[in-house]
Design a protein around this ligand. Sequence first.
Ligand code: SF4
Length: 78
Amino acid sequence: METLANEFTNGEIKVTFNPNKCIHAEKCAQELSEVFRTSVIPWINLDGADTERIIKQIRKCPSGALNFCYNEKEHVVK
Ligand code: SF4
């Protein structure tokens, strides 16, 4: 599910992508291609894997272009 161009959510987490930081190492696309897709728009499909697996992959991003936060924290701030 896509909300903004570089912001995606599956209800549980919100994933953001900063294209200015991405060094195009394609670590994400190679290791979790069901979620991080190089030739499909939107390129991040959070329905492609479970949340834990997605978080694990985001933490491997070498540039910090990919980030996430839990949606429930936003609700608390409200
Ligand atoms: S792993 Fe990070 S730096 Fe590499 S392509 Fe994906 S978003 Fe870009």
